[in-house]
Design a protein around this ligand. Structure first.
Ligand code: PMP
Length: 424
């Protein structure tokens, strides 16, 4: 057992600051990282890995991009937090509303969890209703109302929600399967007059990547609008990634409220939620819906976010991400076929998941039949070959602008070898 992990476990639950990092789903002990440089991370012993975790999504321009580092350094010298307005918040807000027409105004928070939790409070206040509809296998952070049939760590650890969430509160969250519009119709009829909002990852990333079936997001939009229910897109993972304007731009469906995190902070802790002014003006101090934060909109994090979004606006960025990701998907599919390992690779833009199953993965039920033991073996085999993947079958693999064609080719060579090894 790694001494570092032993020491960490003595002082922190499971030795980690967030559950899936403990490698419980893939076995072995977690690798302690020390340094990241563009597409690579280096462990405490100096071993190099091609990194597809990207800190779970924020690092779309890779680790320690010189422009992001320069922005952070410069700001650190001027002050990291004031708890007072700076023009930097306006600058980052401008970049969000420019990319997301459904957002006329945004509020900055410090994590994706805070963004979704606050958006739900706003939706409940704006509608005067309480019931929340959530999609099975979608994860929206760890707020009480959102842990019911959640994905990511809740799914990875196989726990049905969480102790500590009051039953009365959990009873206000109704879940429906991903891709099922008829189920929403039923809930809206059964709970008529009680539903405040539907929250969805427009492209699921937290049961592994699952694309929305054709027309489903539009059906959610129509059904919610007809019933006076707000539609919340959780774009914490998809925002600025699957398209410059997120999944709502890619699929042409406008939600009432949008939640952001990850990329918007460029690797520093930032979340945001936004929507039309008629909703956002209900948030304090414009309106009565309370929500606040000591470090919200701090200048250090704003600078990292601004630098990252500006880098993404360099010409050809999304085309490059798409080409690298498509090459990775095709290569993984071919490698699995050649090794005789049943696998389905789901991808939307630069987020993808290789599920070890021979059936299409379209929702929570089909995701959970994937062979997690085989994923664990693949994960270990890839680590041994210098490639760092998410330590769970039910997570995405993130491609960044630092993943050059040569790095993708190196990854595929490792994958071909790893898949042959685990097929035996
Ligand atoms: N929503 C989605 C879609 C996410 O993927 C995550 C985190 N993986 C969250 C919300 C929660 O964000 P955070 O971990 O920053 O609280």
């Amino acid at each position: 057992m790694d001494r570092r992990f032993e020491k960490a476990k003595a002082l922190m639950p499971g030795g980690v600051s967030s559950p899936v990092r403990a490698f419980g789903a893939v076995g072995g002990t977690p690798i302690f990282l020390e340094r990241g440089e563009r597409a690579f991370v280096y462990d405490a012993d100096g071993k190099e890995y091609i990194d597809f975790l990207g800190s779970w999504g924020p690092l779309i321009v890779g680790h320690s991009h010189p422009k992001v580092v320069e922005a952070i350094r410069d700001q650190a010298g001027k002050g990291t937090t004031f708890g007072a307005p700076t023009e930097l918040e306006t600058e980052l807000a401008r970049r969000i509303v420019d990319r997301f027409p459904a957002c006329e105004k945004v509020r900055f928070v410090s994590s994706g969890t805070e963004a979704t939790m606050s958006a739900i409070r706003l939706a409940r206040a704006a509608t005067g209703k309480s019931v929340l509809v959530k999609i099975e296998g979608c994860y929206h952070g760890h707020a009480d109302s959102l842990l019911v049939k959640a994905g990511s760590g809740v799914l990875t650890l196989g726990i049905p929600g969480s102790p500590g969430v009051p039953t009365d509160l959990a009873a206000l969250t109704v879940t429906i399967p991903f891709g099922d519009a008829a189920a929403l119709q039923c809930v809206l009829a059964e709970r008529a007059g009680h539903v405040a909002a539907v929250i969805v990852e427009p492209v699921a990333g937290n049961m592994g990547v699952v694309a929305p079936p054709e027309g489903w997001l539009k059906a959610l939009r129509d059904l919610t609008a007809e019933n006076g229910v707000l539609l919340i897109f959780d774009e914490v993972m998809t925002g600025f990634r699957v398209d410059r304007g997120g999944a709502q731009t890619l699929y042409g469906v406008e939600p009432d409220l949008s939640c952001f995190g990850k990329i918007v902070g460029g690797g520093l802790p930032v979340g945001a939620y936004g929507g039309k002014a008629k909703f956002m003006d209900q948030v304090a101090p414009s309106g009565p819906v309370y929500q606040a934060g000591t470090l919200s909109g701090n200048p250090l994090a704003m600078r990292a976010g601004i630098a990252t979004l500006d880098l993404l606006d360099e010409p050809g960025t999304y085309e490059k991400l798409e080409a690298a990701s498509a090459k990775l998907q095709a290569g993984l599919e071919a490698a699995a076929r050649a090794a005789g390992v049943p696998a389905v690779v789901n991808r939307v833009g630069s987020m993808l998941t290789a599920f070890f199953t021979d059936r299409p993965v379209t929702n929570y039920a089909s995701a959970t039949i994937a062979d997690t033991k085989r994923y664990a073996a693949f994960h270990r085999a890839m680590l041994d070959r210098g490639v760092y993947l998410a330590p769970s079958q039910f997570e995405a693999l993130f491609v960044s602008t630092a993943h050059s064609p040569a790095i993708i080719e190196r990854t595929l060579a490792a994958a071909r070898d790893a898949l042959q090894a685990i097929a035996r």
